[in-house]
Design a protein around this ligand. Structure first.
Ligand SMILES: [Zn+2]
Ligand SMILES: [Zn+2]
Length: 319
């Protein structure tokens, strides 16, 4: 399977500011002067050696991730504003001809996880089929509410695509098996108004998506003892909105520090741990610093096998 990140920012879309853009240019030029860059043909090499926060923009769109299974079927987790560019991409294929079938999984209905749906072009094409899997009984009603007058001009129920809603059984948490042998499981998370993690398995590869979630030492112990839901994944994308210090100031806000996220990843023997749901007030330079500190923290707790990665829009993981 292939996993692509379309939105990694938490809480609210966060475009790059002019101040941050100028700061990046200044630091890049300082770097160029220090390293004596004087040849246009060496620009590519120069860029590759820059720190991550100068090579890239982490991204301002809110949560949206696509999963393309081995047989080429597209699944989407959450409908944050990252869904808009994903929609443009999908319109180049069957969705543009009204022959698309897209399956969505909804973690919860906070704005930053559903706000992109009114801007998802395939929803406006007759013939496309959108299947929504959700643990919330009123899922359709909630999407109707956000896409209704006077909040939005194109009413959800008037959009010509077909929508099907499937309620997940939160009591028994029965696995769902799809036609391409992709198996999906789900798990409740600690978050205001609730949220669910999703776990996907195909060809013995495991991908888990777990935001929004407030993992604590106590929860980590409890989960470790009660279930193997989180164990041994090839890829875990996890909430890590805060620094440890900020997480202590925001107890019960429903998000995790990168320190605790690393504790989780190492304890659960995760191969690739991706830190996401970035705090909107953190500039790219701070996110890069947080990543370095997260790697350092991993060393302190004797991390040997978990690769720690800072989520960035456009990142692709092939499992
Ligand atoms: Zn969120
Ligand atoms: Zn939330």
């Amino acid at each position: 399977m292939q996993v692509k990140l379309w939105g990694v920012r938490g809480s609210i879309p966060t475009p790059l500011s002019n101040r941050e853009y100028k700061n990046k240019i200044q630091r890049i030029l300082e770097n160029a002067i220090k390293t004596g860059l004087g040849d246009i043909s060496k620009i590519d090499d120069f860029i590759k050696k820059l720190p991550d926060d100068l090579q890239h923009v982490y991204g301002g769109n809110t949560t949206c991730v696509s999963l393309t299974s081995e047989s080429g079927i597209t699944y989407i987790i959450d409908c944050g504003t990252g869904l808009r560019p994903l929609g443009y991409d999908l319109m180049k294929g069957p969705c543009g001809e009204g022959k698309g079938v897209i399956t969505f999984f909804i973690t919860h209905n906070h704005w930053d996880h559903i706000q992109g749906l009114p801007f998802f072009n395939p929803i406006y094409v007759s013939g496309n089929v959108l299947n929504f899997y959700s643990p919330y009984k009123k899922q359709r009603e909630l999407l109707e509410q956000q896409q209704s007058a006077p909040f939005f001009p194109g009413i959800f129920n008037d959009t010509p695509s077909m929508k099907n809603f499937y309620l997940l059984d939160t009591k028994n948490r029965t696995s769902v098996k799809f036609e391409d042998d992709l198996i999906m499981d789900y798990f409740p998370l600690n978050h205001p108004c609730g949220s669910f993690a999703y776990r996907f398995k195909q060809n013995n590869k495991i991908f888990i998506f777990a935001t929004d979630a407030e993992f604590t030492g106590k929860i980590l112990e409890t989960i470790g003892n009660s279930t193997d839901f989180f164990l041994n994944a090839d890829l875990l994308i996890i909430d890590s909105q805060y620094t440890l210090k900020e997480s202590f100031l925001k107890i019960d806000w429903g998000h995790t520090s990168y320190t605790m996220a690393v504790n989780c990843g190492v304890k659960w023997s995760i191969k690739n741990l991706v830190l996401t749901h970035h705090e909107p007030s953190y500039y790219d330079s701070k996110l890069h610093l947080n990543w370095k500190k997260a790697v350092e923290h991993g060393k302190l707790i004797n991390n040997k096998n978990t690769k720690i990665i800072m989520a960035r829009e456009g990142m692709v993981f092939k499992l």
